[in-house]
Design a protein around this ligand. Structure first.
Ligand SMILES: Cc1ncc(C[n+]2csc(CCOP(=O)(O)OP(=O)(O)O)c2C)c(N)n1
Ligand SMILES: [Mg+2]
Length: 804
């Protein structure tokens, strides 16, 4: 629709009418899906339902202003929008509700996300980018409310980068001169979250083409706006952000969610402002309803007043649209009733088709299993037990895969002492079933394509004969210089990263060289720094988000964990965000500046590589490796390593540190010492002292915590030394235990051990301040020495008499 209906002059009346009726059809289709969807949950066909009923009409208006190349970052209410942009069919809606694991049936997530979590595909089969300008894009939703906001900022900022960076203005697949808008949606109650406020402020500062829709239905589940929002009005309290003649800010628009013509006008206005001027816009869409309550988990009659429920009935946006269509003579009551009847039928049929597509493969698998169970029962001495499992499975009219595999696995217990062809067939079937089914739930946590980060081979640093010893930060700086020169799509941003070139001068002088957009200072707001990175990485840029110190990762850990780490997985490999996160940590001072909370990170960030280089040459190599691949990673530089001397390589920009590969830094025969990062230097020192005392330790730098030792080199060392000590400065039971678990479980290292494998870690408490605080909180050279000595004393008390 070109203009608002009241002033329409461009379309013929017939075209205009048909567009309106088409909108009405989408609204009714979407509503019917919600109504039937809820029923599917209540009858047990689906587990949980959360729908977009009551939010249909604003989404129709929004879809009209949403162009190819634009982006959505929203939440679970947006099914009508997805239908209106042609990215969600009735059948796909139900496939998502059932959790269909085939991406062709549920293109949103291949059954990994609950229904109502939307995405479009940005990647081809081979993992390369699609032309994102030829399609409408939706970044994959996440369930934590407001978690979509930081990413939204980055999606919008990418337009700014593409518009203003000379080397990128000819880009065609990701942008057309930065004319793309990133549109967000958020529920009224979720605007209470810190992430919302952080994003609002950051976008105001950055002036990016971001439009936030607040869908305001006065509730957040059962909790009324009076408990959520000051003055119960988000656009009113955001008034201070309104731009003025002489000051940048936001355009703030307020519109009723059932008022179709005003909504169309509001979206056109917002779109133009954001697209042309790169000014952020907030659209507060109020007076929305929830006809079926929040979700299938409860009923809203429990907490809404009779008056409110009555009002919601009268102001249902679909009903209001219907009235408007009739009052303006676009269709008669009878015509609309006919449309509604047809759509009801379509939705029922779509639902049926989705269910058949979902259940039929499982029924076939059920039949296979039953045949095998019956066969094996026939010849078994436990015939009755197995037959019972088979009969129970047969009587299941809607079998899920859990039912099928459970019955077959349980039956194998009754066959443990038998040796028949039928048993072998059943065993093979179970093996094969796992092989086929398990990837449906487990694939794509990391890239599975040829250029995955773990496939990038090492390029060792090379040195000229007269190579200088320099402060290590110079190596990083000059490597970043090479990166920015060779990759115009790279950019770095962080607190103090711009003007002064980061707190340790690893970016010294680079802002002058590459400009304020590519080497940028940002506010103190780690979650949205991360979000900037995620969003820009999703749009073909190669951002490096700098978090000043490792300790402050906690401020963005939720976004890293919920959004970045799950992106490839939750889209079954159909979206990626190859973001590099740069930070510095280990061994500084005090409770909040000496962090090495690696265990916490490892546990929460599966899906992101965690790299712990022991020096800056290794760190530089990691950045180079990551840039030829396309996966997200966290690089933790050693905070106390910037001023240490390292030899200057002559292949900066080219050297590559392999990911997932350990390195033996000292060979030895008595014990294997495993460590990483700054602690490795302490271990190396201890190994020297041990050598002087007749103990020959092998020292291994694991280099990357995630993934850990993909070549299984650690066990080779243990097979040689028969003893193991893992040392780090995390808490007891942290990353050191993870390494030990890996050696024991994954590498069967226990087979070679002659002494108890041990860990040496920091204390349980956070490190106290100062030199002595460090000494009495974290492992020191003496601790490593004595621990190893103790192990050797136990082996040979005569040779190694008690030390203390
Ligand atoms: C961080 C987080 N906290 C709590 C929840 C549980 N939760 C899911 S939806 C919801 C209410 C959201 O209300 P609102 O933002 O107004 O959106 P609406 O559902 O009303 O459209 C809550 C509390 C969640 N998903 N994420
Ligand atoms: Mg709400």
């Amino acid at each position: 629709m070109q203009t608002n209906p009241q002033t329409n002059g461009k379309l013929s009346f017939e075209d205009f009418k048909s567009e309106i009726l088409n909108d009405y059809k989408i609204a009714v289709t979407s509503r019917e899906c919600s109504l039937l969807g809820r029923r599917e949950v209540l009858t047990g066909k689906a587990k949980f339902g959360i729908f977009g009923d009551g939010k249909e009409v604003p989404q129709l208006a929004w879809a009209k202003s949403f162009k190819n190349g634009d982006w959505r970052s929203g939440y679970y209410r947006d099914q009508t929008f997805m239908m209106a942009i042609g990215e969600l069919t009735i059948q796909q809606f139900f496939a998502g509700l059932y959790g269909h694991t085939d991406i062709n049936n549920d293109p949103m997530s291949a059954g990994r996300q609950m229904g109502g979590h939307f995405a479009t595909h940005t990647l081809n089969e081979d993992g390369t980018w699609k032309n994102l300008m030829a399609q409408k894009n939706s970044s994959a939703d996440i369930s934590p409310t407001a978690g979509q906001m930081p990413r939204l900022l980055g999606l919008a900022q990418a337009s700014k980068i593409y518009r203003n960076i000379k080397e990128l203005t000819d880009t065609t697949n990701f942008s057309s001169k930065g004319n793309e808008v990133a549109w967000g949606t958020i529920g009224n109650a979720s605007t209470s979250e810190g992430l919302f406020w952080e994003t609002i402020n950051a976008a105001g500062v950055l002036q990016v083409p971001m439009i936030i829709n607040v869908w305001d239905d006065e509730y957040g589940i059962s909790v009324h706006a009076k408990h959520q929002t000051t003055k119960e009005n988000i656009s009113e309290i955001l008034q201070g952000f309104q731009r003025t003649e002489d000051k940048n800010g936001y355009e703030i628009i307020r519109v009723k969610g059932w008022d179709y013509p005003s909504l169309i006008e509001a979206y056109q206005k917002a779109s133009t402002i954001a697209r042309e001027q790169h000014v952020p816009v907030l659209i507060h869409v109020n007076e929305l309803t929830q006809p079926q309550g929040h979700s299938t988990s409860g009923s809203h009659e429990r907490y809404k007043s009779v008056e409110r429920l009555a009002w919601e009935k009268d102001f249902d946006c679909n009903l209001k649209l219907r009235e408007w269509v009739i009052n303006n003579n676009f269709a008669s009551e009878e015509e609309l009733a006919e449309i509604e009847k047809t759509i009801k039928k379509e939705v029922r049929e779509g639902k049926k088709a989705a269910w058949q597509a979902f259940i039929n493969p499982q029924k076939r698998e059920q039949q296979e299993a039953i045949t095998l169970l019956n066969n094996v029962a026939e010849s078994s001495s436990n015939k009755n037990f197995i037959q019972k499992l088979s009969d129970d499975l047969s009587s299941n009219k809607e079998p899920n895969r859990t039912d099928i595999i459970k019955a077959t696995r349980k039956s194998l217990r009754y066959l443990v002492n038998e040796n028949t062809v039928e048993k072998k067939q059943l065993q093979d079937w179970v093996e094969n079933y796992f092989e086929i089914i398990q990837p449906k739930f487990s694939a794509h946590l990391y890239s599975e394509h040829d250029n995955k980060a773990t496939s990038i081979s090492e390029v060792a640093p090379t040195y000229s004969n007269d190579a200088e010893e320099v402060d290590a930060r110079i190596i990083l700086r000059d490597n970043f210089d090479a990166i920015f020169k060779n990759h115009p799509e790279t950019l770095i941003f962080g607190e103090d990263a711009g003007k002064i070139g980061d707190v340790n001068q690893g970016l010294e002088g680079l802002q002058d060289k590459y400009g304020e957009l590519r080497v940028a200072d940002v506010g103190i707001r780690e979650a949205t720094i991360l979000g900037q990175g995620i969003g820009m990485a999703m749009r073909g840029l190669r951002p490096i988000a700098e978090i000043q110190y490792l300790d402050y990762i906690l401020y963005c850990l939720q976004i890293m964990s919920d959004d970045l780490a799950t992106l490839r997985y939750r889209t079954s490999g159909k979206q990626k965000a190859p973001l590099i996160i740069r930070t510095r940590g280990h061994r500084l001072e005090g409770i909040w500046h000496s962090g090495s909370q690696m265990g916490g990170l490892i546990h929460l960030l599966r899906g992101i590589y965690i790299l712990v280089p022991r020096n800056m040459t290794k760190a530089a190599g990691f950045y180079n490796t990551l840039l030829v691949s396309d996966e997200p990673a966290l690089v933790i530089e050693c905070l106390n390593g910037y001023r240490l001397k390292e030899q200057m390589p002559n292949n900066l920009g080219e050297l590559r540190t392999p990911i997932g590969v350990v390195e033996t830094v000292k060979e030895g025969s008595d014990i294997t010492l495993v460590s990483y990062g700054s602690t490795l230097r302490i271990v190396e020192e201890a190994a020297k002292e041990l050598q002087q005392n007749g103990i020959d330790a092998e020292v291994i730098d694991i280099q990357t915590l995630l993934p850990l030792d993909i070549n299984k080199d650690l066990v080779k060392s243990i097979a040689k030394t028969n003893r193991l000590l893992v040392i780090d400065e995390d808490v007891p039971g942290g990353a050191s235990s993870y390494i030990l678990q890996h050696i024991v479980d994954e590498q069967n290292g226990y087979q070679y051990l002659d002494s108890k494998p041990q860990t040496l870690t920091a204390k349980h408490h956070r490190p106290a301040y100062g030199t002595d605080g460090d000494y009495f909180s974290k492992p020191q050279t003496e601790d490593v020495f004595e621990k190893v000595y103790e192990i050797m004393h136990e082996v040979d008390p005569n040779k190694y008499p008690k030390l203390r």
